[in-house]
Design a protein around this ligand. Structure first.
Ligand SMILES: *Cc1c(COP(=O)(O)O)cnc(C)c1O
Length: 363
């Protein structure tokens, strides 16, 4: 059978099977699981020891969470998905699963800002050295060291949506032994961009954004391509005690059911707004990879299945910081707030410098 389309996966994935079943998976709220015999308990423990699923204890996963994981695994073409209580928890657990003291990590300059802080305030004191590379890969090969164990990419990048040629990055990384390539795929949210198909080992998604889609749940997911990476992530998540409530998994799964139609509308709306913004004299640059003159447009066309609702603008230098604040406050239908991916529109003044190589020199 051919691979089902994404719209089919989000409609049919994670649904109960049987001769007479509920349409949706039940919300399996429980802290623990009871067994009818020692033999059954032993069987469950043996399954877990072999990294098979199977109910054992609330923290280790629920059938509701499994249903959501199955949909994300199918969307990204992975081996396994592990859920987390936030996108950042998924990121930190991935970093911890992939590096040891003495290792070296290469992080893309356009990364989500808290990743920088995690590197500076946690990995560095732990004896893991970190360098940053440019999304255009101009300095990437030169920065790889014998002890490089992890490359952390994000594509398109945070805030300016810089594209990175992921297949080219992977080709360079594969010339060395033991480098894991992980990608923050929150922009693509398992639908618009498929890092695993482009050669990466791990895709990390902040489900809080478009997967959930309604600004009512915090969630993260790590999708892995090979069983070895899946086991590493699952073991570290178990060690650190990560777990997701079945209620949150259920809400996220309900959001995912409409992911494809929401994204089409977000994309259409954003492109219209972005094109209008480009016509405004006080605006110097509009960042959105679906715009024909965006520097990443060709790579976006090659590697992405569409765009989302994110648009960034850079004002003319004559516009003061206070004026940008007044602009944001004057918007009638936009709230002022962090995050994105919900049904509502948000706007926030930011300093782009935080997301460039200059900021990398600060740590
Ligand atoms: C929001 C975000 C995260 C973190 O997700 P949380 O659920 O807020 O912890 C990670 N990466 C990117 C690119 C994000 O935008």
């Amino acid at each position: 059978m051919s691979q089902p389309q994404a719209a089919t996966v989000v409609t049919h994935g994670g649904r109960p099977h049987g001769t007479r079943v509920t349409v949706n998976p039940p919300v399996a709220r429980t802290s623990t699981v009871v067994f009818d015999s020692m033999a059954t308990l032993k069987e469950a423990l043996a399954e877990r020891a072999h990294h098979e699923r199977g109910l054992l204890y609330g923290r280790k996963g629920s059938s509701t969470g499994d249903a959501l994981e199955d949909v994300l695994t199918a969307l990204e073409g992975g081996d396994r998905t592990r859920l987390f209580g936030s996108g950042l928890a998924a990121i930190s657990c991935t970093l911890l699963a992939c590096v040891r003291p003495g290792d070296h990590v290469l992080v893309i300059d356009s990364c989500y800002d808290p990743v920088r802080r995690l590197c500076a305030q946690y990995l560095a004191p732990m004896g893991v050295s970190v360098d940053f590379f440019r999304p255009d890969l101009s300095d990437f090969a030169d920065k790889i060291r014998p002890e490089t164990r992890l490359v952390w990419a994000e594509c398109p990048g945070t805030l300016l949506y810089e594209m990175c040629d992921l297949p080219a990055l992977v080709a360079i990384a594969r010339q060395h032994d033991n480098i894991t390539v992980a990608v923050d795929n929150t922009w693509g949210s398992s639908l618009l961009y498929h890092p695993l198909a482009l050669g990466a080992d791990i895709s990390v998604v902040a489900g809080t954004k478009y997967l959930v889609g309604h600004s009512d749940v915090m969630l993260g997911a790590v999708i892995t391509r090979e069983p070895a990476a899946s086991h590493r992530i699952a073991d570290m998540a178990d060690l650190l005690g990560h777990s997701v409530s079945p209620d949150d998994a259920y809400l996220a799964l309900r959001g995912v059911r409409t992911l494809t139609v929401r994204m089409e509308q977000h994309q259409a709306n954003a492109l219209k707004v972005a094109q209008w913004l480009q016509q405004q004299p006080i605006i110097r640059t509009v960042f959105h990879p679906a715009l024909a003159d965006d520097p990443g447009h060709a790579l976006w066309q090659r590697d992405c299945k569409g765009a989302n609702g994110l648009v960034s603008i850079e004002f003319d230098p004559a516009v003061s910081e206070l004026q940008t604040h007044a602009f944001v406050e004057a918007l009638q239908w936009f709230g002022i707030g962090h995050s994105w991916g919900g049904y509502e529109s948000l706007a926030l003044p930011m300093h782009c410098r935080l997301y460039t190589s200059e900021a990398a020199d600060d740590i």
